[in-house]
Design a protein around this ligand. Structure first.
Ligand SMILES: O=C1O[C@H](COP(=O)(O)O)[C@@H](O)[C@H](O)[C@H]1O
Length: 246
C-alpha cells in the first residue's frame, strides 16, 4: 500500500469551505458545499482569485435523466453554483452529457468518453485522462461517483466512462468515471459533511472492510493524491489521525 490519505477536519461546513477552490465534480451534496466555498456569502461576490473562465468542468458521474430533471447532477451544479457566478468573473466551460442518448446508457457512456478523449487526448496522449482535480462525494454506503460497493464495475479497467443500469441508489441508470480514471487524477478531494456520514467515515478510515469500499479503493489507489474535507459531525468518533488545517 502507498502513503495513507490525508484526513482534514474542520469545526463545521462553513469552516471547511475556504479550503475548496477548484473543480472536476460529483453530484449529491457536493455542489452546495462547493458553491459556499467559491461564492462569498452575502454579497454574491466570488472569493478573490477564483478565475471561473479558466475552468473546464466535467462530471464524475451523471444520471440518465434530462439535464433539467431534479435528479440531474448537471442541474444540481447549475442551480447551486454555475447560475450564481457573477458575470464579470467569466463562465466555466461545462461539459454535460448528451441528452440524445438518454434511452441508451451504454451509448451515453460511450459518447461522454468521446468528449473526454477530445478534451484530454491532445493534452495527455496517454491511456487515461488526467483531471487536475476531482471533487468527489461519499455516499452513506461508501460509494463514490456511481461506483457502488461490491459492484462488478469496480473491476472495469478498459473504458474511461462506464454505464450502470442497476444502481442501488435511484435512478438506476447512470454513467460514471471508472476507478482507474478516478485514481489517475492529479488531485482527488472528497467532501463529506454531516452526522449522516459518520458511520461510513468510521468504516472507511478505521476498518479493514473500508479498504474494499469504493471510497477506500480510491484512498488506496490514489495514495497521497487523496485528501478528505469533512466537518466534525462527519468524523466524530473516527480514530484515523486528522489535520485541523491545510
Ligand atoms: O448518487 C450520488 O451520490 C453521491 C454521494 O452523494 P451525497 O449526497 O451522499 O453526498 C454523489 O457523489 C454522486 O455524484 C451522486 O450521483
Amino acid at each position: 500500500m502507498g502513503k495513507p490519505p490525508k484526513l482534514y477536519s474542520f469545526a463545521s461546513t462553513d469552516d471547511l469551505v475556504p479550503a475548496l477552490r477548484t473543480v472536476g465534480v460529483s453530484g449529491g451534496s457536493l455542489p452546495k458545499t462547493l458553491a459556499k466555498a467559491l461564492l462569498a456569502q452575502g454579497d454574491g461576490r466570488a472569493e478573490d482569485g477564483v478565475q471561473f473562465g479558466k475552468w473546464h468542468v466535467f462530471f464524475a458521474d451523471e444520471r440518465c435523466v434530462p439535464l433539467d430533471h431534479a435528479d440531474s447532477n448537471y442541474k444540481l451544479l447549475k442551480d447551486e453554483l454555475l447560475d450564481k457566478i457573477p458575470h464579470d468573473l467569466g463562465r466555466p466551460t461545462v461539459f454535460p452529457v448528451d441528452e440524445t442518448y438518454l434511452d441508451d446508457v451504454q451509448e451515453m457512456a460511450d459518447q461522454y468518453e468521446k468528449v473526454l478523449v477530445s478534451s484530454f487526448a491532445a493534452r495527455d496522449s496517454v491511456k487515461l485522462p488526467l483531471f487536475d482535480l476531482l471533487l468527489l462525494g461519499c455516499g452513506p454506503d461508501g460509494h463514490t461517483c456511481s461506483l457502488f460497493p461490491n459492484h462488478p464495475l469496480l473491476r472495469e479497467t478498459g473504458a474511461w466512462v462506464l454505464p450502470i443500469s442497476d444502481s442501488p441508489k435511484p435512478p438506476a441508470e447512470r454513467i460514471t468515471l471508472s476507478l482507474p480514471v478516478v485514481c489517475h487524477a492529479l488531485k482527488i478531494a472528497f467532501v463529506a459533511t454531516g452526522a449522516g456520514k459518520r458511520d461510513i467515515m468510521r468504516k472507511i478510515f478505521d476498518t479493514e472492510e473500508g479498504h474494499t469500499l469504493p471510497c477506500g479503493l480510491v484512498n488506496d489507489g490514489g495514495a497521497d493524491k487523496v485528501s478528505w474535507f469533512t466537518d466534525n459531525d462527519a468524523v466524530h468518533g473516527v480514530g484515523f489521525p486528522r489535520r485541523g488545517s491545510l
